[in-house]
Ligand binder design. Structure first.
Ligand code: DGT
Ligand code: MG
Ligand code: MG
Ligand code: MG
Ligand code: MG
Length: 282
């Protein structure tokens, strides 16, 4: 069929392919969740139901998009990570971001009543923004994950102390803010312990460390995953073989158990114990 005279408008669509061979992080964040959390009177500083709902929606996103190998959530945000070899949607940035944002939002709304059975969700409904960022090295990616986890720790220590001063110490927000201005982590730990008998170390791990969602391959022995392979050295037969291998890997990924953990991922141990996460055959 001949092109219509209107067809030229297609040329206005600009490609937005992300660079090959880079780790892709899609971070989404709740829009206006300060207001949203007030509307549904989320517990301060952490509302278990709200965080569990974020985690449940993230797990659904991961099961629908097996190319995501790890995700990390704190507060109203979630970061989803694609392996550097990922070719999903030809690595089109807007397609990756909008698919994740809409899938996450749909599940957030769909699962709401499981976590807030007594609070019907009413308009304006929750929405999320999203962006894709590319990281060229494993070190950059790990530094990104560490950055988010350090942020979680800093914010949670501050918020825990701030709300203790208000809820247990009877301060107003202005006074509590002044009290904490310029304070170090040790000062906040001391305020919590000496004034309120709260040992910060005993606070829930989810609040202190955030939530890491990943595929757990219990059958993978540590050290059995190849960390380096040279794509360019492959013969045609090897390439065909690796295609069936890729198919097997895809099925294996789809079947793997998706788990949520609240552990340190800044130190090497988390990654060393799970070599498949950053391997060339995720
Ligand atoms: P944005 O992202 O620019 O549209 O604006 P916000 O208001 O979403 O700001 P953001 O993302 O920087 O901060 C997240 C807000 O969500 C923050 O005001 C606290 C609130 N929030 C998140 N999780 C909880 C929770 O578990 N409990 C309570 N009370 N508030 C929470
Ligand atoms: Mg924001
Ligand atoms: Mg937000
Ligand atoms: Mg946020
Ligand atoms: Mg279509």
């Amino acid at each position: 069929m001949a092109n219509s005279k209107y067809e030229y408008v297609k040329a206005f669509e600009q490609p937005d392919l992300l660079l090959p061979n880079t780790w892709i992080v899609v971070r989404i964040d709740g829009r206006g969740f300060h207001k949203f959390s007030d509307k549904y009177t989320f517990e301060k500083p952490n509302d278990r139901r709200a965080l569990d709902l974020m985690n449940a929606a993230a797990m659904k996103v991961m099961s629908e998009l097996p190319d995501i190998f790890i995700a990390y959530g704190i507060s109203d945000e979630y970061s989803f990570v694609f392996h550097k070899s990922c070719t999903l949607f030809e690595r089109r940035s807007s397609k990756l971001v909008t698919t994740i944002v809409s899938t996450f939002t749909a599940y957030y709304v769909h699962l709401w009543s499981n976590f807030f059975p007594d609070l019907p969700l009413t308009a304006p409904l929750p929405s999320f923004d999203g962006r894709a960022v590319q990281y060229p090295s494993v070190q950059n990616l790990r530094d990104y994950m560490s950055w988010r986890q350090v942020d979680c720790h800093i914010n949670n220590l501050y918020n825990t102390t701030f709300w203790a001063l208000i809820q247990n110490g009877g301060m107003d927000a202005k006074t509590a803010e002044k009290e904490l201005a310029g304070s170090l982590a040790a000062d906040k730990n001391e305020i919590l312990f000496s004034r309120f008998k709260i040992n910060y170390n005993n606070e829930p791990e989810m609040y202190k460390k955030g939530s890491i969602v990943f595929r757990d391959y219990e059958l993978v022995e540590p050290g059995t995953v190849e960390l380096e392979d040279d794509e360019s050295a492959k013969t045609v037969e090897e390439a065909a073989l690796s295609k069936t291998q890729a198919e097997k890997d895809r099925k294996r990924k789809a079947k793997a158990r998706i788990t949520v953990q609240h552990v340190d991922m800044i130190k090497d141990e988390f990654w060393e114990r799970r070599p498949w996460l950053l391997s060339n055959k995720p």
